[in-house]
Design a protein around this ligand. Sequence first.
Ligand code: A3P
Ligand code: MG
Ligand code: MG
Length: 378
Amino acid sequence: HLTHRRDQFDVKTEQNPLRSQTLSTRKDLYERDFPLYRQPVEVGSFSLDAQRRFFNDRRQMRYYVEPDKNPNFDLKDGYRDRYIRRDENVKEKLDHILRWILANKGTLKSKETTDSRALDYDFVTWRGHLTKLLTTPYETREGWQLAATKFNGTIYISEVETEAARVERENRPERNKEMMYWGYKFEQYTCADNVDSLPDPSGVVNTNEAFCTVVQTRLADHKLLFSGEVDCRDKDPSARPPACYVELKTSPEICTPKQRSNFHRFKLLKWWAQSFLPGVPRIVAGFKDHDGVVVSTETFLVSKVSQLIKNEFNCWKPTVCMNFCSDFLSFVKRIITENDHSLVYLFSWEPYRDVTYSLHRDSHYSFLPRWFIEGMSG
Ligand code: A3P
Ligand code: MG
Ligand code: MG
């Protein structure tokens, strides 16, 4: 059902970013003033339980419990016998966010427009998709595909797994599978289910469970609604979302200046992008040895990350990330001319290439379910 493809273009139009059918990802094009990024506001949240069922509430919220000065968290514990892994073959697309929108449409629908069906947002997507956009000018390994559809004036963006990502996932070495568990195990050592309880490392790690925040914000002239999974919150009840949220991460122990430099240049980019977007102010890192034992922790304030990396040679810049994301969203707005829930504009990118797109009508790429289309029309 490929009806149109424009990966070959006129050299003359390529020179004009306002007319081009492709978008460059070269870093130097995005080194300008930091764009407007409004403080993200939490407009709701939802939970996914042990069976991955959706609930329009905060039942999966967990509470951060500060570890000892000298922790000794064995991340390997429970991998064989206390691990329930989410089925990655199930592609959920935007379904949970769409469910949340339907459950909250009464309070969400625009009072300003005459169209009673319209949402007052330009884009609806996952935070993780935006994280990929923020890091694109610096990404050299993994490409992406983003499906976009305009419905009732709002553009919905949902990731499509690339062929390369699928092959890698299906051939993941056993060691990598085990290391994917380690991050969740660290969460279990540092999170309690209730404000007055303690972590329970003897329990089961179930990666179906999630708590997700839904935030609204504005990037330049793009009104955004997106959702992202949140690891836990500060126990202090006076801290309000999203400022109370804490992102947990694990990383190999840093022993040499070279390791520190690589941590700043590659890992902090991903960590910063993920947390900056929803306004999560704090990242707690657990540093693990080769044996998967966390031996120290350190808190990183998201607002201080840009200062931390300033002395690195040839380092990433937050402004490049945000300007590229803003320009990509402008590009998507310009390319998407039709308002049609079954029409997908598929944006594709591979490292060292420009972003291109193709059109797909009533294809397997369509991702807005009938229940959503009908629910929003009523
Ligand atoms: P770490 O990143 O601390 O190793 P998140 O921190 O984004 O909430 O993700 C929780 C954990 O899920 C990660 O913990 C990691 O174990 C696993 N994970 C998430 N994304 C992954 C990816 N792209 N590849 C491998 N593991 C991933
Ligand atoms: Mg998480
Ligand atoms: Mg985390």
